[in-house]
Design a binder for this molecule. Structure first.
Ligand code: UDP
Length: 328
């Protein structure tokens, strides 16, 4: 399929682009390179453009005879969304509206959308299945939920076919070792812990030790980016049959912050100094997926998301690219 991958030069996008190529598809990347890296998508056409630029989106969809869109382009930091909500509303909601309008104008009827477990807010029950109430507790989660609603409405009214993939905690890197996670500033647990292992930070602060979990630290469901990439392709292939679908993408198994740090110590063989700090605002104690629906509807099963493999592949990337893409 000829697929426009919007935000394809970012972390999850670039892994998905590579996976699509390996499966014989023709991805075209559309990215404003504000957070993405041209080096992450070498060998694939790259259109440098913004999500707000509806006319460039329309031109790109037409010129490349695009059959489907995968949409990753979003700001995705919970804390920043609280202090700068306008940035999130403008890009994540209004930008996505422009993209959907461009798709309508050009007759492109299929989209796979990056949603998030943050749309659930504080879950009533863990593990979380898709029928749980969506009540986001921060602007980031709300912008993603707003787009889910937009997709539902566009499906009913205009026949848009969509899959909204609700990721849990994306982590890991390609085993090839040339693409991986590179955020400035970095806020995610695994890259931060690995930066401590590299000596780039003095310590990692554990945010909260008084959660109602066995060791008092937050539990998350870490899912390898290559497993997320595979889910996008399966969703693309089944869109015509499924029409409109929301699924969780996680392993069904959670690890505490302490367990993640222990795995990083073991795999890197390096000292990792830890400090214990207060809770971070907006962090629910446990987010673990019930991934059965993705198995049933998409035929998706995580293949490479053991914590060991996630940390091993992330460590390989960080060790060989201590300054991310600037190391190349
Ligand atoms: N975390 C932490 N110290 C850090 C970064 C993250 O203790 O320096 C915790 C955070 O509170 C959460 C978990 O690690 O419980 C995963 O956080 P991350 O930011 O990686 O992903 P999120 O769950 O926010 O999407």
């Amino acid at each position: 399929m000829k697929v426009l991958v919007v935000g394809g030069a970012g972390y999850i996008g670039s892994h998905t682009v590579r996976y699509l190529v390996s499966r014989g598809h023709e991805p075209i990347v559309y990215d404003n390179l504000s957070l993405g890296f041209a080096r992450a998508v070498q060998g694939v056409p790259l259109v440098e453009g913004d999500l707000q630029d509806q006319s460039l989106l329309e031109r790109t969809l037409r010129e490349h005879q695009i059959e489907a869109v995968i949409h990753f382009a979003a700001f995705a930091l919970v804390g920043e969304s609280v202090t700068e909500p306008a940035k999130y509303y403008e890009n994540n909601i209004i930008g996505t509206f422009r993209l959907l309008q461009a798709m309508r104008a050009t007759g492109v009827q299929r989209i796979v959308f990056s949603s998030t477990c943050a749309t659930y807010g504080e879950p009533e029950e863990v593990p979380i299945d898709e029928s749980q109430q969506q009540a986001p507790i921060n602007p980031y989660g709300f912008t993603k939920l707003a787009v889910e609603r937009m997709l539902q409405d566009f499906h009913r009214a205009y026949g848009l076919k969509y899959a909204a993939l609700r990721y849990f905690n994306a982590a890991g890197a390609s085993p090839v070792g040339d693409i991986g996670e590179d955020h400035t500033p970095e806020s995610h647990l695994i890259p931060i812990v690995l930066q401590v292992a590299l000596g780039q930070r003095s310590h990692v602060t554990v945010f909260g030790t008084d959660y109602p979990t066995p060791d008092g630290t937050c539990i998350r469901d870490y899912i390898h980016v290559d497993d997320l990439a595979a889910a996008h392709e399966l969703a693309l292939l089944r869109l015509d049959e499924l029409q409109a679908v929301e699924v969780n993408l996680g392993t069904g198994h959670g690890y505490s912050v302490q367990e993640v740090i222990a795995a990083c110590r073991q795999i890197t063989g390096r000292d990792i100094r830890v400090e214990f700090g207060p809770r971070r605002a907006g962090d629910p104690p446990q987010l673990v997926a019930k991934p059965e629906r993705a198995g049933r509807l998409l035929g998706w099963r995580p293949q490479c998301s053991s914590l060991d493999n996630i940390v091993r592949t992330a460590w390989h990337w960080h060790l060989h690219h201590p300054h991310g893409y600037a190391s190349l």
